[in-house]
Design a protein around this ligand. Sequence first.
Ligand SMILES: Nc1ncnc2c1ncn2[C@@H]1O[C@H](COP(=O)(O)OP(=O)(O)OP(=O)(O)O)[C@@H](O)[C@H]1O
Ligand SMILES: [Mg+2]
Length: 356
Amino acid sequence: MSQKRTDIMQRLDLKTFLNAIHLPLVAIGTSERIEGMNDAAIDLLGHDILGRHFVMGLRQPKLLEAIEKVLSHREKTLSNFVGREGDQAFTWDVICSPLTVQGDFLGVLVSFTDVSALETANQMRRDFVANVSHELRTPLTALSGFIETLRGAARDDEKVRDRFLGIMDKEAGRMNRLVGDLLSLSRVEGDERMRPTDEIDIVSVLRSVLQTLKPLAQGQGCDVKLVHADDIGPVLGDRDQLQQIFTNLVENALKYGGRDKTVTVEIARIEHDRSLRCPSLEVRVCDQGEGITPEHIPRLTERFYRVDSHRSREMGGTGLGLAIVKHIVSRHRGRLRVESTLGQGSCFTVVLRQDA
Ligand SMILES: Nc1ncnc2c1ncn2[C@@H]1O[C@H](COP(=O)(O)OP(=O)(O)OP(=O)(O)O)[C@@H](O)[C@H]1O
Ligand SMILES: [Mg+2]
């Protein structure tokens, strides 16, 4: 057994060894030239650098410094490398290790690990925490300011007190909605992999949504129309989550579609949806508002993204509604489509499966 192992260690050639590993690997000899690369390293760095001096081949100062250190001190050294593909940057953690065979120092083995996904996830987490803190700080600052005024200047003025208490109530409500939406988002993300299997009558879901939003529609002077054929059949879904999708879409159409307009909710059956590859129901929520400029459309489902943040906040929006819609649609393996014509209005379409 031990005889065999020694055999492998002595007879295995470097090229076979490097190519058996998926991480990009580069071997630099004591000549300071790049003497070996595996296929993954050729993909990353190109094969032109094979045979060149490592300074010319690798070029990034931090990495060169690390290699020089291994050549002179023969100690493992950590570094990193930034690669580019188009306008996207990829970050690699790099380990430079001394290559020795039976005590002889032969050079440096440089191995690259792609940590871009981790970097992106970390950046997203930092952005998210910053956004949440910012969203909570605004109402909190307002509340602290009003408390101070009520304790001081406005202490004995009943009228001002009532007005301020009204504003404080609105701000507290906004914080409450924000926390509610965050919890809802994290719940939806949590069960995104569990496919919903209940058969749901989407017309009854929409009737209930329109009933709930009746006061908002009346307040906006808007008419909401529900249009559908008979016998369209059920969709596979989670009733509460479908209710959540259409509550946000119809609420948006009412809030951003302008006063005294018509919002139309239309349900159509698609015999065979090409992208879902099964019979589906398409629910279109259309308003007659100002529309959304094309550059905003792909970003609408990002958390906290608002086209006109002042207007959205004014209307009590948290900017999380469409992010939640996107996750729910994805859990349902459906599709969300947004079309908008400036000056004419916007249509948000959700396609839901009737078959698994
Ligand atoms: N029908 C629409 N017409 C015009 N703009 C819209 C429409 N629907 C959404 N938007 C824009 O997209 C942004 C994001 O919508 P989203 O539903 O995610 O957040 P919100 O409505 O601001 O807050 P929330 O839904 O959490 O109360 C809105 O702030 C608004 O600027
Ligand atoms: Mg909304």
